[in-house]
Design a protein around this ligand. Structure first.
Ligand SMILES: CC(C)(COP(=O)(O)OP(=O)(O)OC[C@H]1O[C@@H](n2cnc3c(N)ncnc32)[C@H](O)[C@@H]1OP(=O)(O)O)[C@@H](O)C(=O)NCCC(=O)NCCS
Length: 273
């Protein structure tokens, strides 16, 4: 029987970190400058809206391809900050250098659960991301991943089971930062030009394992037809690969189990399934 290795990502770690108050601040070393800096971490509130909009505008203005990053409207962010979601923030002193927003009050018609095949009954448990942005001077130091983790921990604690984020198939930095953490590609909307988007999904109440079988495929992110076929066959995008200047996505089968049901399951044999 073929051996199936499973490496369970323990969702409990998230809750443990949240309860230990691990979000107060971190030394980070951004790859951009190499200079260590202390970054404060906290959840943002309505008073932070202006700084968020300024950061969003500054980062979009610097993007070579602005279409890769959807502009989130001020009223949407205001609703998030007023309690319709949550927003994690990173600061150097008083200066906002990053934020990651997620929204809970998702209208039925806009619910992205549909795009990844969730049942209608699950739509109320969906949280949709509304932007994650880090100041270019602070990038490559882990701030983006911390902000994502903070917003998912809070969304989970506030009763959401599914986090869904749209990411451009051409947004290398975002795919590199977040897909390997468990925001797996489970849907694709072609759009035209830079409007194409992956639907990435993190099941907040399940641990996940990637099946280490031969059934893995690496496809350039801009080749939509083979990716649609793989998604339709039940595989999901689990890891981006950059080789010879071409950005590709690795597709594999995954297994999910409710968090807490996996103790001792670091490695299982195929015949134990
Ligand atoms: C995407 C973004 C938020 C990532 O923020 P970040 O703080 O640089 O991310 P992290 O440092 O946590 O990155 C984690 C991983 O991504 C890689 N990475 C992402 N962006 C990088 C960059 N500019 N330079 C170097 N590495 C980068 C790192 O290699 C790191 O992987 P590793 O730790 O396994 O080596 C940031 O690049 C950004 O603000 N981009 C513009 C806005 C955007 O596209 N947002 C996402 C919308 S879906």
């Amino acid at each position: 029987m073929r051996r199936l290795d499973r490496q369970w990502r323990l969702g409990l770690d998230r809750l443990a970190r949240a309860h230990l108050g691990a979000w107060s601040g971190r030394w980070i070393v951004p790859r951009a400058t190499g200079d260590p800096v202390v970054v404060g971490l906290r959840y943002l509130g309505p008073d932070d809206l202006a700084a968020m909009l300024a950061l969003q505008a500054a980062v979009r203005a610097r993007l070579g391809r602005p279409g890769l990053l959807r502009a989130v409207a001020a009223d949407t962010l205001a609703r998030v900050l007023a309690g319709g979601g949550c927003c994690a923030g990173a600061l150097v002193g008083e200066l906002l250098v990053g934020y990651g927003a997620i929204r809970y009050d998702v209208a039925w018609a806009d619910n992205q659960g549909r795009a990844i095949g969730l049942a209608d009954a699950d739509f109320a448990a969906v949280a949709q991301t509304e932007g994650l942005i880090v100041d270019p001077r602070l990038r490559g130091g882990g701030v983006g991943r911390l902000l994502n983790e903070m917003r998912l921990v809070r969304a989970r604690a506030e009763g959401r089971h599914h986090a869904i984020a749209t990411i451009s198939p051409y947004n290398r930095d975002s795919l590199t930062a977040f897909v390997p953490t468990g925001l797996f590609v489970e849907g694709l909307a072609r759009g035209s030009g830079d409007a194409a988007r992956y639907y990435t999904h993190d099941d907040l109440v399940c641990d996940v394992a990637i099946a280490q079988t031969c059934d893995q495929h690496v496809v350039p992110t801009g080749d939509f037809a083979p990716q649609e076929a793989l998604l339709a066959a039940g595989l999901v995008g689990v890891a981006p690969v950059l080789a010879d200047g071409v950005l590709s996505m690795t597709y594999a089968r995954i297994h999910r189990r409710p968090t807490g049901a996996t103790a001792g399951c670091a490695v299982l044999d195929g015949d134990q399934q």
